[in-house]
Every structure is written in structure tokens, then in C-alpha cells.
Design a protein around this ligand. Structure first.
Ligand SMILES: Nc1ncnc2c1ncn2[C@H]1C[C@H](O)[C@@H](COP(=O)(O)OP(=O)(O)OP(=O)(O)O)O1
Length: 668
């Protein structure tokens, strides 16, 4: 941020336009006899240049961040500090050496913990940070554990519960999540209980009595935050249990729900501070898959924990292969493509196909069934019993593919999912990370493939139009799909405040696997100028164009008035779409919406940077991979897979007679 501000001030000083900043903070333009349009163009040009400089400064900032991380880890090798173990207030709870002691297997409880890991949880070994977290909480330290979804946070309180007397109180935000956990614990024969608003009086009484009974079988008691906030009886039982030293640990799942800054704020989580106030000697373990340091700091205050140890696991899922494919506009061809993929590459393997809507879930699953794939739909409007049935049959391996909306999310914990295919892009990178992250929970290789289609951008855009930042987040997802010059992982990492270098990817994305020398930077200025002309014509006619109408006019089709005196393109459809997306991402185009009682319409309009294209010196380019140049394959890809692949690569200006013409024109 600092860099941006300084850069901005310096650039303002250089700005040649005559504008006087008024002391009141307003801006007065000394326009005089100048043509307003010319001056506006100059301002726009200057803004465009500024934006480019800001973007290169941001890139530099990113590079410096990565150098800083490298230097910090060098220091950590030599010295005592560790950023991932500090309390979120920046005061180190434990030094690096002290923390490393918690990886040792010689604590008094270590043998028992190892035995439970293997015999009770049927796992071979701890995943990174699990052992450390177990030892820290067993040593009565307050702990915040930030770990990506599916990495095994639950084990970090469930296993200690088995190695301790008394019980662990688990606060969880969703009854369905608690029920899943209960089912899981039951399958491992671990006695646990659940208290929520719909618990029967009899059941609640049994659980409350058990809290103060040293011989009670329950090792874990799950409650909703509402129950703690509203039930005096529960608090009095917990008080008694505390005094009898039977309340041994408190685990707050989804701890980010405490903070208003977190994305899932739950008002009742704000009241959980009472737990540490009433039971100061009981260690608290806060778990989350998504929390920035400011959110954690807020949680620390709300929960009344002082200087907890914070363990942060990397969000990089190294066993997942990320890939983007272009979606064929012919739905039959596209469906065949998905079906071929599932039949040839994931034969008898379990997977999920994420779709945009309930209708898509039903249609796509039906079409896959027609192609002899055992696929079933899953969406929010299904009967709960049907949902449970589909989920169960899929978990047991009797259904190969679930074709689902995002309703198929929380509580989905099948370990051997070998592929997650996105039939439509997600609405944000964070969403994509979560959804695709349901693959490969067993740490074995798995593929995450997203099919990227031009029209889908606008379908989703109208859906997220009301969400704060909805549009920006969607465009980041589009950027993730559109780019062919940057490692998919590195684009994702930014969203988790991490820096993953290409070596962290290990050639586990299509970009890193493709050959860099095949990429070409194509000048698309003239194409972009043609688009601007068409939109200017529309403005002069007081019309707005949808993306499809714009493409139509640009291809010399549709109503003549939309293309009067403008040039039509010789680009192929996919190439033309690529140019529009690039223009949208770069601010040469912008979105516009209109609302009717029944639907939301989406239009493309001239963006802030569009006037720059009037200047002869201004160029716009786009990185491209020639079609069919690289047969990228994911870990288990075969020959057939390569053939399917070459059909679906991104936009190209380089092959076929049509595009050669376009290329010649570009360089004129
Ligand atoms: N050490 C381990 N080795 C292999 N599998 C493990 C290990 N620890 C946990 N798992 C498995 C058990 C579950 O099937 C899966 C996810 O664990 P879970 O505790 O539900 O994740 P989580 O709590 O981090 O995810 P979420 O954020 O979705 O709740 O990982």
C-alpha cells in the first residue's frame, strides 16, 4: 500500500494536465478554450498510464514479498523467531526452537496418541502440523490452527480428547456439520454427544448429567454457540465440570465466525468470550480454514485468549493438478468431452462435476447417464432424503459422479475423490479453491479441471451483481482461467496471502506443464479499436449491447445499424471472445446491468481505459498459446486424453487461413 501511495503522489506531480487541486479537496479544471473532449482524453491517457505503473509496482511488491519471505525463512533457520507460530498480536508466543520441541514424540501422552492415531483413527501418520497441534493443546497452550479445508483439523482436538480424562467441549456453527462429525465418531466407536436446540429434554438431561460424571463415556460434547449463549443450565453444568476438572478442553470450530471481519460472522460467536472468562485454565483451540491475521486478532480479543500460539499450514495442495480448458459452445460436443474424460481417464473413479444451477445439475447428470456414466444430481432444492441418499451412495462408491451445485459443500469428506470438474467457472477463486479442494483428500494425485466459457462469465456476473466485491472476485476467477502465462497455483496463492513459486507447483498445473517458449505475446490493439468503434456507435444511438450482440456486430452480423461504418473482424469466435475478455479484465470495457422484475440483463460498455486506444502510441497485447501446440496432460493422462486436450486449448491467432489474415492485419 505504501508503495502505491508514494508512486501515486510522484506520478501526480508529473501529470501535465492543468488541474488545480483546491484546498477544500475538490478539483477545479482550468479548461479555458480547450476542447473538453481533448482534455478528457488526456486525463484518461494519464490515468491509463498510471494504472499500468501501479500494476507494475504491484508486481514488484509481489516479487519483494517473495524475497522477504525467503529472507525471513533464512533468518528463522538461524534465529529464534517464526512468523507462523507468533500470536496474531505479533508478540511471539513461542520461539521457533520452542515450537519445534512440540514435534517430538516423547511426551507422556505420545505413545497413547500414536496408538489412537493408528488403532482408533486408522491413520498411518500425522499430517504436517497435526502432531505439533496435538502436543501444544495437550500441554494446555491456547492455540489457533489455520489449515486448509480437508487437511485434518478435527483430529487435532479429537485425538487429544481420547488421551485426556473428562471431555472436550466442541463449539460448531452448523448442526449438519456436527451430525456429520457424530456419524464419523460413531463409525470409529468414539463416544460423543450433541446438544442443540432440537435435542429432546431427555437427551439434554443425559448429556448434562454426564458432564459432571467422572465415569461418563462421552469424550467429546458438541454444542452450538447459541446453546452456550442462551442456556443457563448448560453454563452451570460446565461450571461444575470445570471445578471437577472434567472440562478439559474447548475447541471452537470455524473460529473466524467470531469476527465481523470474517466472511461468516455469527453473532452468537461473539458471546463465546465467556468460556475463557469462566474457565481460564481450560486450553482453547480455535480452528479455521480461512482467517487473515486481523481476523485472528479480533477473535483473540473476542474469545479473551491472550497470546495464543497460531499455527498456519500452507494452503498449497501439492497433490492437486489444476487445469483450465475451453468450453465448447456446442453443448453436445461439450458434454461428450466431459463424458470422454470421465470414461477414459477416470474409469470407475470417484468425482464431482460442479454446475451453475439446479437445472444444470439435473440436465448434465441426465446427459451423463445417457452416456452410460453413473451420475446423480445434487442441489439445494432436492428433498433432504434424496440428498442424503445420493451423498451416501456416492460415499460408498455406488454412484461414480455427483453432478452438483455449490449446495454439495460443507461436510463432504470423501477421501478418494480423483477428479473435480467445473462445468461452469466458480464465482471467485476462494470458492474454486474450496470446491476443487474436495479432490484428493487422501493425499493421492487428483485433478481439478475447470471448463471456461465466455457466456458463463455473464451468467455468473448477473448472479453476483448484488454481492459486495462480487464483480471483482468474479473477474479474478476469469483472470485465473484466461491467463496462459502464469502458474495457476501462484494466482491462487495471492488470495491466501501466500507466495507459491513455480517450484512449489512442481509442474502440477497446465501452465507450468506447457512450454513457455510456445507462448507468444500478440498485439491486439487493432482488434480492440474495432470493438471500441462498435460500442461508440451504440452510445451514439443510445443503445447498450450485450456481449453476444457485440460479438455479432463485430462479426458483421445482426442489425445493420449496430455496425454502420465499423470494421468487422476476421477472428474466429473464440479468439474474438478472448479479446473481449482481455479488454474487460484490463478496464477497456466494463460491465453494465439493467434489472427487470424477472431477470437481470448484462451489457458491455466502454471502460475507463477505452479512450487510450485512440492514441497511436498505445498498444494492447495478450499472451497466447498456439492451439494444439502443447499436449498438456494431467498425471494420469493418456493418448486419447492428449487428443481431447488439443481440441480444447485457449484462443489462438496463429493457425488456419482466417487467423493468418488477422495476424497480418495486426502487424500492419
Ligand atoms: N494424518 C492424516 N492422514 C490421512 N488422512 C487424514 C489425516 N488426518 C485427517 N485425515 C483425513 C480425515 C478426513 O477424511 C479428512 C479431512 O479431515 P477433517 O478433520 O474433516 O478436515 P478439516 O476439519 O480440516 O476440514 P474442514 O475445514 O472441511 O472441516 O482428512
Amino acid at each position: 500500500m505504501k508503495i502505491m501511495t508514494l508512486g501515486f503522489v510522484a506520478l501526480l506531480r508529473e501529470t501535465p494536465i492543468r488541474c488545480a487541486l483546491m484546498i477544500s479537496g475538490g478539483v477545479s479544471f482550468s479548461v479555458g478554450n480547450h476542447n473538453v473532449r481533448a482534455e478528457l482524453l488526456q486525463v484518461e491517457e494519464e490515468l491509463g498510464r498510471l494504472e499500468e505503473q501501479i500494476s507494475s509496482l504491484l508486481q514488484r511488491q509481489e516479487e519483494l514479498e517473495s524475497v522477504r519471505q525467503a529472507l525471513q525463512s533464512q533468518l528463522e533457520e538461524q534465529g529464534p523467531a517464526s512468523s507462523s507460530s507468533s500470536s496474531s498480536q505479533g508478540v511471539l508466543a513461542l520461539t521457533k526452537q520452542e515450537l519445534e520441541c512440540y514435534d517430538r514424540p516423547d511426551f507422556p501422552w505420545s505413545d497413547e496418541a500414536q496408538r489412537h492415531l493408528v488403532d482408533t483413527f486408522r491413520l498411518r501418520e500425522f499430517r504436517p502440523l497435526q502432531l505439533r497441534a496435538v502436543n501444544l493443546t495437550m500441554s494446555s497452550k491456547d492455540l489457533f490452527l489455520v489449515m486448509p479445508t480437508g487437511r485434518g483439523k478435527s483430529l487435532c482436538y479429537q485425538l487429544p480428547a481420547l488421551c485426556s480424562t473428562g471431555f472436550t467441549l466442541v463449539v460448531s456453527p452448523l448442526v449438519s456439520l456436527m451430525e456429520d462429525q457424530m456419524m464419523f465418531l460413531r463409525s470409529l466407536e468414539i463416544p460423543a454427544a450433541l446438544l442443540n436446540a432440537s435435542s429432546s429434554k431427555e437427551h439434554a438431561k443425559t448429556v448434562m448429567v454426564a458432564m459432571t460424571d467422572a465415569k461418563s463415556p462421552f469424550r467429546l460434547i458438541y454444542v452450538t454457540p447459541e446453546k452456550i449463549a442462551k442456556s443457563k443450565l448448560l453454563m452451570s453444568r460446565l461450571d461444575k465440570a470445570y471445578k471437577a476438572q472434567l472440562l478439559r478442553r474447548v475447541a471452537v470450530d470455524e473460529v473466524h465466525c467470531c469476527s465481523q471481519w470474517g466472511h461468516d460472522f455469527r453473532p452468537d460467536y461473539k458471546l463465546l468470550g465467556i468460556l475463557k472468562r469462566q474457565f481460564p485454565l481450560v486450553p482453547l483451540l480455535g480452528l479455521t480454514a480461512t482467517a487473515t491475521s486481523s481476523v485472528l486478532l479480533d477473535c483473540e480479543k473476542i474469545l479473551n485468549v491472550t497470546r495464543p500460539v497460531t499455527l498456519t499450514a500452507s494452503f498449497n495442495r501439492t497433490n492437486l493438478y489444476y487445469e483450465v480448458r475451453c468450453k465448447d459452445s456446442d453443448s453436445e460436443v461439450f458434454l461428450n468431452h466431459i463424458a470422454d474424460l470421465i470414461q477414459q481417464k477416470y474409469h470407475q473413479q470417484s468425482g464431482i462435476v460442479y454446475v451453475f444451477s439446479q437445472k444444470d445439475a439435473e440436465c448434465v447428470s441426465e446427459q451423463l447417464q445417457q452416456r452410460h456414466i453413473e451420475a446423480h444430481p445434487y442441489h439445494a432444492h432436492m428433498d433432504p432424503q434424496d440428498k442424503t441418499r445420493v451423498h451416501r451412495r456416492w460415499t460408498e462408491g455406488r454412484v461414480q459422479v455427483v453432478v452438483a451445485t455449490v449446495a454439495f459443500g460443507m461436510g463432504i469428506d470423501k477421501s478418494n475423490v480423483r477428479f473435480v470438474i467445473h462445468h461452469t467457472i466458480s464465482k471467485s477463486i476462494e470458492n474454486y479453491y474450496q470446491e476443487s479442494g474436495r479432490a484428493g483428500r487422501d493425499d493421492q494425485p487428483a485433478d481439478c479441471i475447470v471448463f471456461y466459457g465466455f457466456a458463463d462469465i455473464f451468467r455468473i456476473s448477473t448472479m453476483v451483481v448484488m454481492e459486495t466485491m462480487g464483480q471483482q472476485k468474479l473477474l479474478q476467477m476469469v483472470d485465473y482461467c484466461h491467463r496462459v502465462d502464469r502458474c495457476r497455483r501462484s494466482l491462487m496463492a495471492v488470495h491466501f496471502g501466500e507466495v507459491w513459486e513455480e517450484q512449489d507447483c512442481g509442474r502440477m498445473c497446465d501452465v507450468c506443464r506447457g512450454r513457455k517458449e510456445e507462448l507468444s505475446e500478440v498485439d491486439i490493439t487493432e482488434h480492440a479499436q474495432q470493438v471500441v468503434q462498435i460500442l461508440e456507435l451504440a452510445v451514439s444511438q443510445d443503445e447498450r449491447l450485450t456481449p453476444l450482440k457485440l460479438l455479432e456486430a463485430w462479426s458483421g452480423k445482426g442489425p445493420a445499424k449496430h455496425r454502420k461504418g465499423t470494421a468487422s473482424t476476421t477472428l474466429r469466435r473464440r479468439e474474438a471472445e478472448g479479446v473481449l475478455v482481455r479488454m474487460l479484465l484490463q478496464g477497456y470495457l466494463r460491465e453494465d446491468f439493467s434489472f427487470t422484475p424477472y431477470t437481470t440483463h448484462f451489457y458491455l460498455r466502454l471502460g475507463r481505459k477505452a479512450p487510450l486506444l485512440k492514441s497511436a502510441s498505445h498498444r494492447l497485447s495478450m499472451s497466447m498459446r498456439p492451439e494444439g501446440a502443447t499436449a498438456v496432460t494431467s498425471p494420469s493422462g493418456g493418448d486419447q486424453e492428449k487428443r481431447a486436450e488439443s481440441k480444447s486449448k485457449g484462443p489462438s491467432f496463429e493457425d488456419g487461413p482466417k487467423t493468418k489474415k488477422a495476424k497480418t492485419r495486426e502487424t500492419q
